[in-house]
Write a protein that binds this ligand. Structure first.
Ligand SMILES: [Zn+2]
Length: 135
């Protein structure tokens, strides 16, 4: 008999604090781990919402990762990233991983996702670029 899906909720301040803890211990290596974690979490988004970007947007918002997502070619603008805090560098590594995985599923190619602007650095939005040439 299939069990009902279970989930836990993390508040924004808990996510930021846990990420800071990992960063304190692992420094930049933690960014790669968050990125890969995002790729894992994107599996469910792709499974349930597919890869149509309107549905992906709705799923990302519903899961609580952002309050809005705008797709424009290989540029993704995110409002209200739950990973945003205060930093001198971009901090939304899980979202980078989620977006990378979604675009890989859409294109069938390996991609990398960079965060070019981030609210954590004082930018108005978090802006991600999907790079298909890097791998
Ligand atoms: Zn950001």
């Amino acid at each position: 008999m299939e069990q009902p899906e279970r989930a836990v909720r993390l508040r924004k301040d808990e996510i930021v604090e846990v990420k800071n803890l990992f960063e304190t211990v692992m420094t930049f290596a933690s960014h790669g781990m968050f990125y890969r974690s995002g790729r894992v979490m994107a599996d469910k988004i792709v499974k349930t919402a597919g890869t149509e970007l309107g549905r992906v947007r709705d799923a990302i918002i519903k899961e609580g990762w952002a309050t809005d997502v705008d797709f424009d070619g290989d540029v993704v603008t995110v409002t209200g990233s739950i990973e945003a805090s205060s930093s001198d560098a971009p901090t939304c590594h899980v979202l980078r991983g989620i977006l990378a995985k979604v675009f890989e599923e859409r294109t069938g190619k390996d991609v990398y996702c960079h965060e070019r602007k981030c609210v954590s650095k004082g930018d108005e939005h978090c802006v991600f670029v999907i790079d298909t040439e890097v791998l």
